[in-house]
Design a binder for this molecule. Structure first.
Ligand code: GDP
Length: 139
């Protein structure tokens, strides 16, 4: 059975664009409830740890540099079928391919600076949620 939690980050490009409010509204309007939330600046080391699965990818250096370039908002979101439905709401990795009405279509700049993160599986949603939040920080 599909889980009901996913982990998102509003990435540094979207925070710089003053888009936190607009993006949270799209998440709420999409039926997602905020279970946990933090506004923080990831160190390079923390960004490298979060994206360790992408270590071998050619863009790993660029990605971790970008994700530690400014503050982010991390949040755990709740909805039935959360991972799949949230991936639909954020749209394709490359905003040029993102459908109308998706968060990346509205707010992303490029394939690297693409405004939001969404977990790609229930297993990763749990790992990524635990990366940012203790049990006491979830409501
Ligand atoms: P996602 O699940 O849609 O976020 O995409 P991936 O898991 O494939 O990649 C993770 C993140 O790495 C993306 O959201 C982008 O921020 C970044 N990324 C992916 N492909 C590229 C690329 O070709 N160049 C750069 N600079 N970053 C990329």
């Amino acid at each position: 059975m599909a889980g009901n939690l996913t982990l998102t980050m509003i990435k540094p490009d979207a925070v710089k664009k003053n888009a936190i409010g607009g993006i949270l509204k799209m998440m709420n309007d999409g039926g997602f409830k905020i279970v946990a939330m933090k506004y923080m600046h990831l160190s390079k080391t923390k960004a490298e740890a979060f994206y360790a699965v992408h270590k071998e990818r050619p863009f790993y250096g660029e990605l971790t540099e970008f994700m530690s370039s400014g503050p982010i908002v991390a949040a755990i979101l709740e909805k039935d079928n959360a991972v799949e439905d949230f991936r639909k709401l954020i749209g394709a990795t490359n905003p040029a391919e993102a459908e109308d009405g998706t968060i990346r279509k509205v707010y992303a700049t490029s394939i690297g600076e693409n405004a939001v993160h969404g977990s790609d599986s229930d297993e990763n949603a749990q790992i990524e949620g635990d990366f940012f939040f203790s049990q006491q920080e979830r409501f």
